[in-house]
Design a protein around this ligand. Structure first.
Ligand SMILES: NC(=O)C1=CN([C@@H]2O[C@H](COP(=O)(O)OP(=O)(O)OC[C@H]3O[C@@H](n4cnc5c(N)ncnc54)[C@H](O)[C@@H]3O)[C@@H](O)[C@H]2O)[C@@H](O)CC1
Ligand SMILES: [K+]
Length: 516
């Protein structure tokens, strides 16, 4: 399923209407009917029966017109429906004027809300609200009467079903204006808008339901929409990954690749431990866990299924004493390298990473995580270092900010574009972690993950992801496949680990590994 910007949606609508010839009123009818169905379904779930009394808040654009169609279908289903207009309907044009007239001819009671000077709205007369104030044509913070209606609706405590986007949401980034509707459910028309799948917008949208409205699927492709929901269907149909693929009987451990995990140092040996264990659970045939030599003794036997290998470290117990050539030598015969968890930083680490990368077979798939990204961020020629490699970078927002040379809020303000920009400019696959992790490919495709939960905000969860992605690379997945599948699996495992707990708070990274 594709995810669109407001502009992409406008272009798709335009093509459906002008190129294909589907009348705008037909699309609107489908939209309004879908909203009425979803509204009744929501309150049926919440209250044991559909809400009988609905108030539709209608703006003056097509979002408002969708709301008037929904009002008509709710009426037909036996509900009592009232309309509160945010603008004088006498000024409506086009499809909105058509819907206004139909609603009036049906005798739907309507008021034109005039703010504190006009008649009040008696919210207690209703069981639910349809937010049809602003959709993808919204610009900036809701103004005047729109803002007042949004504040009152939120304060009413009634369940709100938003049409297309909660009014007040920046549909392209997920940032919230003040005020913004807090919806229980958002019915996204034809496609989810980007703001519905990125926080804080995803929080304001409630449950997002995408409903078809009769727009031919190929238009989004033709218009060049390149952002996708990362779910099972996308994995299968777009990325060529079958999450349920069974192993062939006639195989052995050599069939499934050999991952080298270079991770862990004295204060952070657990990072390597988690990565190595996650790589094993990720299904690769063999895992070698490389550590500074002094750590071999204390760590021996901690992951019995992996081979532990000590690299000469000048007796320091960290990576500052390990020669890059020794590590690159160890990659010979391996199918993927994971570098970064528990790596640490030291004087001259930039030269160290430079020398290591220069010594690697350029065809060796690599995962760069944690401190390897921080080191990379300080290297002016990072782009040249990465160019032509089969690399997956897995930054959290802080690491992403350092890599891209921005502040964290600048990254978080538009995570999809931040990830896409870096991935295309540096020709790497980039995983921007966080709630709704974003995976961006060198070609500019972006996948927004749907799995995972806040219990996964715990130390070591990133080390698990790095090991898992490395494991998938070692099994012959492409960097895009490994990153997307790894992110999806990691979240799904986190969800499985959280299920059955009274709260996800007690989740630890090791639980994610065991749930894989
Ligand atoms: N043919 C189409 O294009 C279709 C559009 N659809 C609906 O149409 C919506 C988009 O419709 P529009 O483009 O008419 O735009 P909207 O209905 O989102 O609202 C735009 C109107 O609100 C006003 N406005 C903008 N920002 C404001 C603000 N901050 N405060 C107060 N008023 C503001 C503008 O003057 C404009 O008239 C979609 O979200 C969807 O609900 C659906 O009906 C399906 C078909
Ligand atoms: K809306």
């Amino acid at each position: 399923m594709r995810i669109v910007t407001s502009e992409e949606m406008r272009n798709i609508d335009k093509a459906a209407i002008e190129r294909i010839g589907i009348p705008a009123l037909v699309l609107m009818e489908n939209a309004g009917r879908a909203v009425a169905e979803e509204a009744m379904r929501l309150t049926a779930q919440a209250h044991g029966g559909p809400a009988k009394r609905w108030l539709v808040l209608a703006g003056k654009g097509n979002n408002g017109a969708d709301g008037l169609v929904a009002a008509r279908h709710l009426l037909e289903a036996g509900c009592e429906v009232g309309i509160a207009y945010a603008a004088d309907p006498a000024g409506f044009r086009g499809e909105a004027a058509v819907q206004r007239d139909i609603a009036a001819n049906l005798g739907l009671p309507a008021v034109v809300y005039a703010g504190s000077e006009g008649d009040p709205i008696y919210w207690t007369r209703y069981d639910g609200i349809v937010d049809a104030l602003l959709g993808t044509g919204s610009r900036g913070a809701p103004a005047g009467v729109y803002a007042a209606l949004i504040r009152e609706a939120n304060a009413s405590g009634l369940p709100i079903v938003a049409i297309d986007t909660p009014s007040g949401l920046d549909a392209d980034t997920g940032n919230l204006h003040d005020p913004c509707i807090r919806a229980a459910r958002t019915v996204a028309l034809a496609y989810a808008k980007r703001g519905l799948v990125q926080y804080p917008g995803a929080g304001a949208a409630g449950e997002v339901v995408v409903r078809a409205i009769g727009i031919p699927a190929r238009l989004a492709e033709q218009i060049g929409v390149r952002t996708f929901a990362l779910d099972e269907r996308t994995l299968r149909e777009r990325l060529g990954v079958d999450p349920a693929r069974a192993r062939e009987a006639d195989t052995h451990k050599g069939t499934y690749g050999h991952a080298l995990i270079a991770a862990g140092s004295r204060p952070m040996s657990g990072a390597g431990l988690l990565s190595a264990r996650a790589a094993l659970r990720g299904g690769c045939g063999l895992v070698t866990w490389a550590v500074p030599d002094r750590l071999v003794e204390p760590l021996a036997g901690r992951v019995p299924e992996a081979m532990i290998y000590g690299l000469p470290d000048e007796e320091r117990g960290d990576w500052s004493g390990v020669a890059p050539a020794a590590l690159s030598q160890l990659t010979v015969g391996k199918d993927a390298l994971v570098l970064g968890p528990g790596l640490g930083r030291w004087a001259g680490d930039g030269d160290w990473l430079r020398e290591l990368l220069a010594g690697l077979d350029p065809a060796l798939p690599i995962v760069l995580d944690a401190d390897s990204l921080n080191i990379l961020a300080d290297m002016p020629e990072a782009s040249a270092q990465l160019c032509g490699r089969r690399a997956v970078l897995t930054p959290h927002p802080g690491e992403m900010a350092r890599l891209a040379g921005f502040a964290v809020p600048d990254i978080q303000r538009d995570r999809i574009e931040a990830a896409r920009r870096y991935a295309t400019q540096h020709a790497v696959t980039l995983v921007l972690k966080g709630a709704r992790t974003v995976v961006a490919t060198p070609e500019g495709d972006v996948y927004v993950n749907a799995t995972g939960n806040p219990g996964m905000a715990t130390g070591g969860a990133g080390d698990v992801l790095a090991g898992l992605v490395g494991s998938l690379l070692a099994q012959g997945r492409t960097p895009d496949q490994a990153a997307a599948f790894g992110v999806w699996l990691h979240g799904a495992a986190g969800d499985r680990a959280a299920a059955g707990r009274p709260t996800s708070s007690s989740l630890v990274a090791g639980d994610i590994i065991e749930a894989l």
